[in-house]
Write a protein that binds this ligand. Structure first.
Ligand SMILES: Nc1ncnc2c1ncn2[C@@H]1O[C@H](COP(=O)(O)OP(=O)(O)O)[C@@H](O)[C@H]1O
Ligand SMILES: CC(C)(COP(=O)(O)O)[C@@H](O)C(=O)NCCC(=O)O
Ligand SMILES: [K+]
Length: 262
């Protein structure tokens, strides 16, 4: 079983004198807010993407030098005002932001910034490798970056909660099921049929991408990030790096890459 646990932690900054980077990743389900000291994550929290409620209190705990915001949703006036009031420079990631990788997406202006950040985070860890990055959040996104640091694009499919909700919403008889409960390889009642259908479907989808990309790029590495948990066969599991913080790490790298340009 490969499990990605959703735990968030706190530990003291290593060097008290050094100011930190504030990293904000606003997704369709959750906002993730983190502090980085150099390349190291110091503290991270998941917040409502509608309010970023803890932002001010969280920021008052650390000396912050600069920040970056990447959002895939439109923000409320309140959140925009709270961000504008932060007492340090803030880089808003957009399609014109200089990046440490080459972006071959044909419509960079419509690309989700979380997707680009995940790729930048993976490429930082293995700059000369072909990498498939899978982000299982509200949606599941599949990204490919090659060993020359060129991002080729990728695919978007529905995430786990979206699949459960869709089966309920677009039918007359299917209940809203979630991941908690009896898990069978093949369902024996409506509930187990839906649970296995959604969860096995995602696992087969992810495994299928890995196998077909691995066929084309034999040296392929795979990163898995995002909020959802999965289990895989050991053959697939052995080549997956699970990194809960890949998007945040990528945003931190983009911020450092643009140091002085904000
Ligand atoms: N605090 C949490 N505890 C457990 N699971 C969570 C938590 N927050 C999010 N998740 C799970 O992660 C998914 C969203 O993850 P995330 O990667 O943050 O999405 P997004 O980037 O689209 O906002 C949800 O579908 C949910 O299943
Ligand atoms: C695909 C996404 C909805 C994924 O969002 P998430 O699951 O991380 O909340 C987001 O990256 C997005 O809105 N992208 C815009 C379309 C594109 O990337 O081409
Ligand atoms: K995603």
């Amino acid at each position: 079983m490969l499990q990605l646990f959703f735990f968030y932690f706190t530990f003291a900054p290593t060097k008290e004198s050094k100011d930190l980077n504030l990293i904000i990743d606003i997704g369709n389900t959750k906002a993730k807010i983190a502090f980085f000291d150099g390349g190291e994550i110091v503290d991270v929290v998941a917040e409502s993407n509608q309010s970023l409620g803890c932002l001010k209190a969280f920021c008052s705990q650390y000396p912050v030098e600069q920040g970056i915001v990447a959002t895939v949703i439109d923000l409320s006036e309140k959140v925009l005002a709270d961000l504008a009031a932060l007492p340090f420079p803030l880089l808003w990631l957009n399609h014109q932001t200089p990046l440490p990788v080459v972006n071959l997406y044909e419509t960079p202006e419509t690309l989700g910034y979380d997707r680009m950040a995940a790729v930048v985070g993976a490429n930082e860890q293995f700059p000369h490798r072909d990498i498939l990055v899978i982000d299982a959040g509200t949606c599941i996104t599949y990204e490919f970056i090659d060993s020359k640091g060129q991002y080729h694009g990728g695919n978007i499919s529905p995430g786990m909660q979206m699949r459960f909700k869709a089966l309920h919403q677009f039918t007359g008889r299917l209940p809203l099921v979630d991941t908690n409960g009896r898990k069978l390889p093949m369902g024996r009642d409506t509930e187990t049929a839906i649970r296995a259908g959604v969860m096995k479907g995602m696992e087969y989808e992810i495994s299928g991408y890995i196998e077909s990309m691995k066929h084309k790029y034999p040296e392929l590495l795979v990163f898995l990030t995002g909020g959802d948990d999965f289990s895989f066969d050991s053959s697939v599991k052995s080549i997956i790096f699970a990194d809960r913080f890949l998007v945040l790490k990528g945003l931190n790298r983009i911020l450092n890459y643009n140091n002085g340009r904000i």
